[in-house]
Design a protein around this ligand. Structure first.
Ligand SMILES: *Cc1c(COP(=O)(O)O)cnc(C)c1O
Length: 488
């Protein structure tokens, strides 16, 4: 039969197509038959109970009495706007207080065992308060997640964490794989740094990270920090747990956040640039973290009428974050995607075709015949395809002739493959335009195809033609690893 392959976010789909390009040597890597379904979380399992009560009150309507049944619909989440800021903030503070309790208890136990005196411990945990801006980082300590990136410039983070007017606190939790020495060293480093005089009581490291603790963290901090080495995070889900609980994401544009971030629902870290070394990337990304903390996150958070009341702008971002991610990053939406993109096409293919032995055998011999004759396909153009200069908004008419010895025209589709040629000769903004049949010369098995190619911006363009196989029982033609390019 057939199959479909997927990545777990849009970007992960792209990365996987390149990564597995060799599986289909004749297909351009970016066209490898790998699609994506972005991961989501089981919303009601991760939503704190007091927030759930709030959502029960505000997300329902006469036509939608159980908002949980319509989790994947955007219209459900637009109602977040109806929650008064004070009510949402108080629910958040409630979660924050519970987390602070956990941080104090966990830290006390850990430091006691490490031989730190009660007096010192009291000093360390004593000043932590729900008036502080608390930033959370909790996940596996795999090195690509760069748990210690925020300490890349110690002077700068010292300044940020020692501004008495604007108390900012960091809380870390996570586990390293028992065989991952580097990951364990990261934990050790965070412990050591948290004991330095300038960071005491400002950086907290929690032990025994597990799902139960994760619930407190993703609902009790103010900001969820995520700074993996782009593009290594396949999806990541902890940020989705955070946003549904009103915790705002501050993350590298990697995994789900590369598609989830909309400029108004949180903050991004770094750019989509590629770097020549890890070190260079670390410097650029940590610099971006400091700048955004100093210029945006901290000023917005502390621009509040009083210590008990939230900043207006903060609440706007918090609400936008819940609205834009609550439905899209739920397992409810994910299952709709899996059903529509994967399960149904495959089930239909089976029910309509492969369940009949005759048809299955027919398809199999069609495939054999196609492979035997594929190389003899001939594509011609009167003039050779060439680079052309055109103005923005223009379109061009293109034509080619295809000779099909031993194959029928319904076995193939013909396409224009075009793109902008950059100054260094790379092809960018690739577009694949289907061509339509214009003329048949049956005595020669020759067919003329035409297409209109609209090019969006001015510059230097190149185009060429290709033939791909097609059959009603072939789901993704790239899987056959057959493509014929024009050769003249
Ligand atoms: C959600 C979750 C994860 C995954 O976190 P990422 O940030 O996506 O890596 C790992 N561990 C626990 C306990 C979780 O709840």
């Amino acid at each position: 039969m057939q199959e479909r392959k997927t990545g777990v976010s849009k970007l992960h789909g792209e990365v996987s197509r390149e990564l597995f390009g060799e599986v289909w040597p004749n297909i351009a890597a970016n066209e490898s038959p790998i699609t994506y379904v972005t991961n989501g979380i089981h919303t009601c399992s991760w939503l704190a109970s007091n927030l759930k009560e709030l959502y029960n009150k505000y997300l329902t309507s006469p036509t939608n009495p159980y908002w949980q049944d319509k989790i994947y619909l955007d219209e459900t989440w637009k109602r977040i706007k109806n929650i008064p800021n004070k009510e949402l903030w108080d629910a958040h503070l409630d979660r924050k207080d519970k987390l602070i309790e956990l941080i104090k208890e966990n830290t006390t136990n850990r430091l006691r065992r490490a031989g730190v005196s009660y007096e010192e411990i009291r000093e360390i945990v004593g000043s932590l308060s729900s008036k502080d801006l608390i930033i959370g980082f909790a996940r596996r300590f795999a090195t690509y997640k760069r748990a210690t990136l925020i300490f890349n410039d110690l002077e700068r983070i010292t300044q940020i964490l020692n501004d008495k007017e604007h108390p900012v606190r960091l809380v870390f939790a996570g586990k390293a794989h028992p065989a991952d020495k580097e990951g364990q060293d990261l934990i050790k480093y965070i412990h050591e740094i948290s004991m330095k005089p300038q960071f005491r009581g400002k950086i907290f490291l929690l032990e025994n990270y597990n799902i139960a603790m994760s619930r407190y963290l993703v609902s009790g901090v103010d900001v969820w920090l995520n700074n993996p080495r782009r593009p290594m995070e396949a999806s990541g889900t902890s940020g989705q747990k955070a946003s549904v609980n009103g915790v705002i994401n501050f993350s590298v544009l990697d995994g789900w956040w590369a598609e989830g971030y909309d400029e108004y629902n949180g903050w991004s870290i770094g750019t989509n640039d590629e770097y020549s070394s890890y070190n260079e990337q670390d410097i650029a990304d940590s610099d971006s973290i400091y700048k955004t903390l100093e210029n945006k996150i901290i000023p917005i958070f502390f621009n509040r009428p009083s210590e008990k009341e939230p900043s207006e702008e903060w609440m706007e971002i918090m609400k936008q974050s819940i609205i834009t991610t609550g439905g899209k990053y739920s397992t409810a939406r994910m299952l709709v995607d899996y059903t529509e993109k994967l399960y149904m096409p495959l089930i239909n293919l089976y029910n309509n075709n492969f369940s009949e032995l005759e048809k299955a055998i027919g398809y199999s011999s069609w495939k054999k015949h196609l492979i035997t004759n594929w190389d003899n396909i001939l594509i011609e153009q009167e003039k050779n395809p060439e680079n052309i200069k055109i103005d923005a908004g223009q379109s061009i008419d293109v034509k080619c002739k295809v000779t099909l010895p031993n194959l029928r025209k319904r076995d193939i589709r013909v396409e224009v493959y075009c793109g902008r040629i950059s100054d260094d000769g790379r092809v960018e903004e690739v577009k694949v335009v289907p061509m339509e049949l214009e003329k048949e010369e049956q005595e020669y098995n020759r067919y003329t195809y035409k297409a209109k190619v609209a090019l969006s911006s001015g510059g230097n363009y190149g185009y060429t033609f290709r033939v791909m196989p097609t059959h009603e029982m072939l789901l993704d033609s790239e899987n056959l690893n057959l493509v014929k390019w024009i050769t003249n």
